[in-house]
Design a protein around this ligand. Structure first.
Ligand code: FE2
Ligand code: FE2
Length: 133
């Protein structure tokens, strides 16, 4: 399987489950890349996009509750980022027929890597501080 996007230890937010969910989200984007590369049918793409939307939902819910627990001060603006990312991902799922596979992957890669690499990193120090002895 070709890896289109790769999770790196530098992306760790210091929470095993959240890191695992980030890996699953990126792996789903890799599965989409491979499905498109192999010319898989529409139904496979739909199934993978649906899975991505489902992971997004579960992941955002857990991440927001973890941020709340550790007293992250920018929870509200992070929730808005999630809402925007959720809507963009659902929009892709709903209008997948209107974009090329190349564009679809490009959007997913950019949105998700930016979120995981930059925006999620901002709550990481609070999380680490809250579990420190
Ligand atoms: Fe995240
Ligand atoms: Fe996030």
């Amino acid at each position: 399987m070709t890896r289109y996007v790769t999770w790196k230890p530098a992306y760790s937010v210091g929470h095993a489950t959240l890191d695992e969910q980030h890996r699953q989200i990126l792996d789903t984007i890799n599965d989409l890349y491979n499905a498109l590369d192999q010319g898989d049918d529409r139904r496979t793409l739909d199934r993978l996009l649906k899975r991505l939307v489902q992971y997004t939902k579960t992941h955002f819910a857990l991440e927001e509750s973890v941020m709340r627990e550790c007293g992250y001060p920018d929870l509200k603006s992070h929730q808005q980022l999630h809402e925007s990312l959720r809507q963009k991902t659902i929009g892709l799922q709903e209008h997948a027929t209107l974009v090329t596979g190349h564009d679809l992957l490009g959007f997913l890669k950019e949105w998700w890597l930016t979120h995981i690499q930059e925006e999620d990193q901002r709550y990481s120090p609070y999380l680490t501080a809250s579990v420190a002895p």
